[in-house]
Ligand binder design. Structure first.
Ligand code: BTN
Length: 326
């Protein structure tokens, strides 16, 4: 009923009388009042005037089904939206929903994460209200060996979403960090449940710094936000919806080809440090070389000083000029 009241208030320019709400939804005045109070607690500004009724003055920028759902334009990516104000990690909740059978395209969002995770066991600090924290559930019809490419597809979608909603020309630090002006603005954590020959599900966890005006000292040199880059507040729901729209488009190309061949040209145009010096921390040791962009399998090609070419499938790659690598 709360959702129906909200929809009616959204559709109505002026006031809706309390009596109208009672009649339409066949509920008591107290029930209407309680629903209005709940909406106010969720951040909706509702004006109540005696003898006139209720009027919706503003909606919160929260990644809820009510606010984000209507902005999702594609067929499946971000349908449905599953919002939780506070969660350990949206990836954890997405895994739980996936193992319970939720559909391909389900998007889990949160306002705050109490145990946000980054790649390689790092922590993703996730305070309330400033960022997008979201995890997309996918059920790819591809072998497990192809799954790592999904993360590159997601990086392209984030780059497109940031461009569309904030005019930011982000660059991708292989495989999937988004950087602008040498600072990180978004990170992606991909996790998978699979057997040797089949994927059960993949979770793409995306964190985007949106509203921060500054970062704590230890992050200040290497992190930035859309607000800091544009000098303007940016709507989180619009960002999340634009990323989903782009993801659906890119993912369908990736799925059609079964690899990055339809996307690698664009990916390489957005690749940070393309043609420049990189340092690779490979399981067998560290080496330097020149970045030649990704191949159709999504591996980073690196030309070594001895003239040999490596195709890096995993590992840490430092790009000259980023995150303190000079
Ligand atoms: C990284 O750059 O190390 C990856 C960061 C990924 C953060 C996102 S926020 C939403 C999702 N939930 C998590 O716990 N992590 C990812």
């Amino acid at each position: 009923m709360k959702k129906e009241i909200l929809n009616l208030l959204k559709e109505t320019e002026g006031y809706v009388s309390g009596q109208d709400l009672c009649d339409r939804f066949q509920v008591s005045r107290t029930a209407v009042w309680k629903a209005i109070r709940q909406l106010e607690e969720e951040g909706y500004e509702i004006e109540g005037v005696r003898n006139r009724g209720y009027r919706l003055n503003s909606c919160p920028d929260r990644l809820t089904e009510e606010e984000l759902g209507p902005l999702i334009t594609g067929k499946w990516a971000g349908r449905p939206v599953f919002y939780c104000p506070e969660v350990s990690s949206t990836n954890d909740l997405a895994k739980q929903l996936a193992s319970e059978g939720c559909p391909h395209g389900t998007l889990v969002t949160a306002e705050r994460q109490t145990a946000g995770r980054g790649r390689r066991g790092r922590t993703w600090v996730s305070p309330k209200g400033e960022s997008v924290y979201m995890s997309l559930v996918l059920r790819p019809k591809l072998p497990p060996s192809s799954a790592s490419m999904v993360t590159l597809v997601a990086a392209m979608a984030v780059a497109a979403g940031l461009k569309k909603t904030a005019g930011i020309d982000g660059q991708i630090k292989w495989p999937n960090d988004l950087v602008t002006g040498g600072r990180k603005i978004s990170g992606i954590l991909t996790e998978m449940s699979a057997e040797l020959d089949c994927i059960h599900y993949v979770i793409i966890g995306i964190g985007i710094n949106v509203g921060q005006k500054e970062f704590p000292e230890e992050l200040a040199g290497c992190a930035t936000s859309l607000r800091m880059e544009t000098g303007q507040p940016v709507n989180r729901c619009r960002v999340a919806a634009a990323v989903m729209e782009a993801f659906e488009e890119y993912y369908e190309k990736y799925e059609k080809a079964g690899d990055m061949s339809l996307l690698m040209e664009e990916y390489n145009r957005e690749l940070a440090g393309m043609g420049g010096r990189v340092r690779v921390l490979a399981p067998g040791g560290e080496y330097c070389g020149i970045s030649k962009g990704i191949d159709r399998e999504g591996r980073l090609l690196v030309d070594r000083e001895d003239g040999s070419r490596e195709a890096v499938a995993s590992g840490e790659v430092s790009v000259r000029g980023l995150y303190g690598y000079v």
